[in-house]
Design a protein around this ligand. Sequence first.
Ligand code: FMN
Length: 246
Amino acid sequence: MRITIFNGSPHKEQGNTHIMVEAFTAGAEEAGAEVETIFLAGRKINPCIGCLACWFKTPGQCIHRDAMDELLPKITTTDVVGLATPLYVDNVSGIMKNFMDRLIPLVDPHMEPDEHGETRHIRVHDKPQYLLAISNCGFPEQSHFEVLRVLFRRVARNMSCRLLAEFYRGGGPLLSTSNPNLLPFVEQYKMLLHGAGSEMVRNLGLSKETIARLEQPLMPNTDYAEVYRQRINQRFDERLAEAGHL
Ligand SMILES: Cc1cc2nc3c(=O)[nH]c(=O)nc-3n(C[C@H](O)[C@H](O)[C@H](O)COP(=O)(O)O)c2cc1C
């Protein structure tokens, strides 16, 4: 199985999103998958201007000559397209949305009913068959991914592929903590992601039990969100003081 993960965080290798991607990748590779990660930040990807030249003037080819010339063939030659993004204002990052809009040359403008009787465009390419979603966010609760859960389900339907797995992590900044008291919880979560990466590749999906474990808070405390808020607020005050604002 070939998995190509597009990372839409501006922090690239330094980001919390990448920490999740790395743990997932280690597990997926252990189960035999070939995984490539592509950082979208810093690449020249012009926004779609909606001219539809890619449909009617030069079918399959966008008018922009930029990084998408190299990236679109990666979509059509992989088995799993992974979209990894930080949560930005309850959505994917702008970098990721820009990339997603530019996928439109991959579809035929003609419409057909899907298996639910809902209209979609006719797909030009056989691949990818599967979609994978990875995201983390700054607030501690899993409820902040409400929009992404719907979005990626709809995107999979739009792209005529199956949503193979979703990995969402509230309290994402904890993933890059250096606090020794918190490291065991982070390591435990990374192990969980690692195992889930293997499971996804072996079983073409995740069990209900694995999904439930992935959704647990990073720390077992019942007042986890309050502890998290206090720690983060304290850290923010330190940073503001360092910058001379407090
Ligand atoms: C512009 C912007 C918008 C954000 N919006 C949200 C949000 O709506 N909800 C949330 O929980 N975190 C939000 N965050 C926090 C990020 O999701 C969080 O810092 C995440 O760990 C960043 O991942 P990265 O290190 O891979 O870039 C936002 C951050 C930025 C910079």
